[in-house]
Design a protein around this ligand. Structure first.
Ligand SMILES: Nc1ncnc2c1ncn2[C@@H]1O[C@H](COP(=O)(O)OP(=O)(O)OP(=O)(O)O)[C@@H](O)[C@H]1O
Length: 217
């Protein structure tokens, strides 16, 4: 569950102050999926980073599953970040590692002593069986993004934040990836927040918000 109240964020380069997000309110019930749209520069990534605990708001509150992010110290924030999944436009895979190693990488860092019990199942659902020993450069964009999704899901996140995960894919692949991502999140009751430029992809979501000039339309 995501609850945002009266959230504002600005950037200050020492000379000028730029208001980026102004008094935003948002409620996404547990397990629901939100699509976040808006023109380039409207603040979508900034908002996503605040929800993910990577940036701190100037004012207002962000509560994720009843945990107020501004009240967390650095250690608690690090623990919070372990419980979320991040998916990026440019996949952020490690070029020198195989698909299998990429999928397991974050899980190994977060939980060195735990086995990745869902590995086979997730790889199967994402159709990556035949690709496990390949390097990312040998994969298509859609396949690389499915690796990114597998890596995020393996940590059993409570929430997934996806920043334009289809930004590098054609229309057909975009639909395939978003359909799969929303299905897998629904089955696992994961909250999903996805930034996109595409209105055509919003049909897969419970809620759609559009950012304009720092406000929700
Ligand atoms: N590190 C930074 N330093 C200074 N300004 C920044 C920084 N990152 C973003 N901005 C500014 O904040 C505003 C919002 O940027 P943001 O990346 O959140 O927009 P966006 O809606 O995600 O854009 P896009 O769709 O192009 O990715 C923009 O005016 C941008 O120039």
């Amino acid at each position: 569950m995501i609850c945002v109240k009266d959230l504002s964020f600005s950037r200050n380069d020492g000379v000028n102050k730029q208001n980026i997000l102004n008094q935003l309110d948002l409620f996404v019930p547990a397990a629901q999926h939100l699509a976040l749209l808006g023109d380039s520069g409207s603040g979508k990534t900034t908002f996503l980073h605040i929800l993910a605990g990577l940036l701190q708001a100037d004012s207002g509150s962000v509560s994720i599953n009843n945990q107020e992010l501004s009240s967390l110290n650095e250690t608690e924030l690090a623990l919070y970040r372990r419980k979320i999944g991040l998916i990026f436009q440019h996949y952020q895979l490690l070029d020198c590692l195989t698909v299998k190693q990429n999928i397991l990488f974050q899980h190994k860092l977060n939980y060195p002593k735990k086995s990745a019990s869902e590995f086979d199942h997730i790889v199967d659902e994402l159709g990556l069986q035949g690709k496990l020993d390949a390097l990312p450069e040998k994969l298509s964009g859609g396949e690389q993004q499915r690796v990114g999704i597998a890596r995020a899901l393996l940590n059993k996140p409570q929430i997934i934040f996806a920043d334009e995960p289809t930004g590098n894919l054609d229309r057909q692949r975009s639909h395939q990836v978003v359909k799969l991502l929303t299905k897998l999140c629904s089955e696992r009751k994961i909250n999903l927040v996805m930034v996109t430029h595409s209105h055509q992809l919003t049909d897969y979501f419970d809620q759609v918000k559009v950012l304009r000039d720092g406000h929700f339309e």
